[in-house]
Design a protein around this ligand. Structure first.
Ligand code: SF4
Length: 225
């Protein structure tokens, strides 16, 4: 079981006690999805529609780890169903990864947003303290899925695993080991960082950014065999 996220020590407070007490002892995907709706581990539940746990098969060999649910995900209760998720799905397919072999999740389970543009609520990245508070849910997912490999999508996911000095640019597309100080029952055999698919949508040259994403995911595809 994950005990903490290195670099993101959980700073407990009355308002932000951390998610541990809401994580069920008997782990199943259904139990996690139900239990996260009651979580008051940090303040993010207040402005979100619902908690969004990961989705995929329990037997998936690859965990894809993003930042947090977005506007669409918050409304539908499923991860990666918005525009960035569609980019991810296409990139996974182009990299040759079987979608049934992927468990998609985020380091934070409630949508953080600030302000609106039209009807759309605008994403705001979770704070380090919120990521740390939410870590027990990721711990539970890792315990349940026991993936062979983990793909980190973007800086927030990378920092949640490796600490605050992590940057995608230094590491993307290269296989790394799971950090020793992030204690899990059965650590993934490898980790691979790449950009978040939302960055592809924001890039000046979307095609080039997309091809870079696919090239990184192809490294994961080769490892999966
Ligand atoms: S973001 Fe995580 S810790 Fe905060 S309330 Fe939601 S599930 Fe709980």
């Amino acid at each position: 079981m994950v005990r903490r996220a290195p670099g993101y020590p959980a700073v407990m407070s009355e308002e932000r006690p951390g998610a541990a007490e809401w994580v069920p002892e008997r782990l199943s995907l259904t139990a996690l999805r139900e239990a996260v709706q009651d979580c008051r581990g940090c303040e993010l539940y207040r402005d979100a529609t619902q908690g969004v746990m990961g989705a995929g098969r329990r037997t998936a060999r690859l965990m894809v780890l993003g930042e947090q649910p977005g506007d669409h995900e918050d409304q539908e209760g499923e991860p990666f169903v918005g525009p960035a998720g569609k980019v991810l799905d296409r990139a996974l397919a182009d990299a040759g990864i079987d979608p049934d072999d992927v468990f998609r999740t985020n380091v934070v389970k409630h949508f953080r947003w600030s302000g609106t543009r039209g009807k759309q609520r605008l994403h705001k990245s979770p704070s380090r303290a919120q990521v740390a508070a939410c870590a027990p849910w990721l711990a539970a997912e890792l315990q349940l899925i026991r993936p062979t490999g983990v793909v980190l999508l973007g800086g927030t996911a990378g920092k949640a695993v490796y600490g605050s000095s992590f940057t995608v640019g230094d590491t993307r597309g290269r296989l790394a080991t799971w950090p020793d100080d992030f204690v899990v029952g059965r650590p993934p055999a490898w980790v691979l960082a790449t950009t978040h698919p939302s960055a592809v949508l924001r890039a000046d040259d979307r095609q080039a950014a997309y091809e870079d994403l696919v090239a990184d995911l192809a490294v994961a595809a080769r490892e999966l065999g």
